[in-house]
Design a protein around this ligand. Structure first.
Ligand SMILES: Nc1ncnc2c1ncn2[C@@H]1O[C@H](COP(=O)(O)OP(=O)(O)OP(=O)(O)O)[C@@H](O)[C@H]1O
Ligand SMILES: [Mg+2]
Length: 531
């Protein structure tokens, strides 16, 4: 039988348990809210402020501060987010000494009655109702303190400090985790920015003038034109046969212009079917056509602030030409299926190997567009018209490609050089580069010989005789090549050349006569004198 007193105490016990239970639920709910607040910390400061708001609202913190080490001095804590602190007041933690102690030791501190702790601000309280409890926990992650959380709560004599501390400890380690994530993200972003700067510098270096080779008058003139036009915003038209280096020149213009730090975007108009070219250049809006599920920026937008190279401009269809004309005149356009007018600041360079005047004559190119494109024209002459560049370029490619393929090739034999110079190079510099690459790959020594070159180059005229060689003529070419090379090394001394070839003087002299080799040209200064 239970008495009334028993029943009352039972009821009180039940109430107590119910209150504790609801306290626990409140804590768990708050932890969930905290984890959500910091789960996508676009801005950590505002996420942290939200966490302090949660603590204020559901746990009655009167003042709360999160402090992190300052950028200048990692041992000093600076206020990062706070509630209940007048911002002008200070950027230091609530209780600087205690906060630093917690930060250094990684151990929390509880001051149940602030009024009894002289080092704490507001310790002189008048009534019990004004009494406060101070709690400071480290923001700890993998045993490393990344900051501290300080809170002030109303003083309650029956507060369970163990539980309270545990709760704030969990909040603290969640904040620490968010800081770590943020630091990783920032480091990643910095790495990308550095990488981007490095790549841009590398590109600029790659396309500065020292990489445009050519000592012919024609190439010097081209470089002078590039210098003259680069720093302006003038539209440039680059003309020249395939493989003459039009793209290289376009890049040199961009990387020597004031736009060098912005994008260089290239569109090969010939490679794009008519149906795609407009959307590629101008982009499209969502729903512009079936399959356009998202808005896509065109190359003009991507090149904003920089340079756009339209390669093979002669292949652009007439409707696109009308749009191009408008961009050139007004620097604006609409995306496909869009109504918004997009303004861009783009320097346009076009390149072509086609006869644009003929295209105008037969109606494939608008005359007014040609006028607009043709403001400043740079013409790159074909390689066969600047023979003095051939040797320079060939030597450059030997060095570059030998290194790339890990070969020992160092130089080109005289007969091979003669063949290179005699050839008419329909594919220009690109073809020369390919020929040298093949020769570097097939050569097994330090020298590129005539027989390492494609058959088209080995024949006397160097052109139009692509049929395969007979064994006799191949052996003769090889023999001649070796003798000329030995003569070169021996500086025209036939006896030494014979020793180098491990042959007798008589045999070597006989072959020199047979192949009509002019050995004098290899004597000291002989070659220079002849040239
Ligand atoms: N003067 C030069 N110095 C060094 N390399 C060159 C030179 N001219 C061309 N090249 C090289 O030759 C190759 C072809 O050049 P590029 O692509 O610029 O030619 P292109 O005129 O644009 O050809 P296409 O008309 O076929 O598009 C590239 O690898 C380029 O680096
Ligand atoms: Mg090109």
């Amino acid at each position: 039988m239970s008495t009334a007193v028993d029943r009352r105490s039972l009821a009180a016990d039940h109430d107590d348990r119910a209150a504790r239970h609801s306290g626990e639920i409140r804590k768990l709910t708050s932890l969930l809210d905290v984890s959500q607040a910091i789960s996508s910390p676009v801005n950590v400061r505002s996420a942290f402020h939200r966490v302090l708001e949660i603590l204020e609202r559901f746990h009655g913190t009167s003042r709360s501060v999160i402090s992190l080490p300052s950028d200048e001095d990692a041992r000093r804590l600076r206020l990062h987010a706070s509630i209940g602190i007048r911002s002008a007041h200070s950027d230091a933690p609530l209780a600087a000494t205690l906060a630093h102690q917690v930060f250094d030791s990684g151990r929390p501190v509880v001051v149940p009655r602030v009024s009894r702790e002289p080092s704490l601000p507001g310790h002189r309280v008048r009534t019990d109702a004004d009494e406060r409890t101070y709690i400071c926990v480290p923001l700890q992650q993998s045993r490393k303190s990344r900051g501290v959380l300080e809170v002030e709560l109303a003083y309650k004599p029956d507060r369970n400090y163990d539980r309270t501390l545990k709760f704030y400890g969990v909040v603290g380690s969640m904040l620490a985790q968010a800081i770590k994530m943020q630091q990783l993200l920032a480091a990643d972003r910095q790495r990308l920015v550095d990488e981007n700067t490095r790549l841009r510098d590398e590109l600029r270096e790659r396309y500065d003038f020292s990489h445009i080779l050519g000592n012919s008058g024609a190439m010097r003139q081209v470089c002078e034109q590039v210098i003259k036009v680069a720093r302006t915003n003038t539209t440039v038209l680059i003309r020249g046969e395939s493989g003459t280096g039009k793209e290289l020149i376009a890049q040199a213009i961009h990387y020597n212009s004031l736009r060098a730090r912005k994008s260089f975007v290239k569109v090969s108009c010939a490679a794009l079917p008519d149906t795609l070219i407009e959307s590629e250049l101008f982009g499209y809006d969502k729903g512009a056509f079936t399959g356009a599920e998202q808005r896509k920026k065109g190359r003009f937008e991507l090149a904003d602030g920089g340079t756009l190279l339209l390669d093979e401009i002669g292949d652009v269809n007439l409707p696109t030409q009308v749009k191009l004309l408008r961009v050139l005149q007004e620097r604006e356009f609409e995306r496909l299926g869009g109504t918004e007018t997009v303004k861009v600041d783009v320097r346009l360079i076009t390149a072509t190997n086609a006869d644009l005047e003929a295209s105008v004559a037969n109606g494939r190119l608008r005359q007014d567009l040609l006028y607009r494109l043709n403001v400043f024209t740079i013409f790159i002459p074909p390689l066969r018209e600047r023979k003095s560049d051939i040797l320079l370029l060939a030597d450059h490619f030997v060095e570059k490609l030998a290194a790339e393929h890990g070969k020992q090739v160092k130089r080109i034999s005289t007969p091979a050089i003669d063949a290179l110079v005699a050839y008419h190079w329909p594919g220009n510099v690109r073809e020369l580069q390919n020929v040298v690459e093949r020769a570097v790959l097939v050569s097994d020594g330090q020298v590129i010989h005539l027989h390492h070159l494609p058959p088209t180059l080995q024949t006397a005229e160097g052109s139009n005789t692509a049929e395969s060689q007979s064994l006799g003529s191949a052996v003769a070419a090889f023999e001649r090549d070796m003798i000329e090379d030995a003569l070169k090394m021996a500086r025209g001394n036939r006896a030494r050349a014979a020793r180098l070839l491990q042959a007798t003087r008589r045999v070597v002299n006989y072959k020199i006569q047979q192949y009509e080799i002019d050995w004098r040209r290899y004597a000291e200064n002989g070659r220079a004198a002849k040239e």
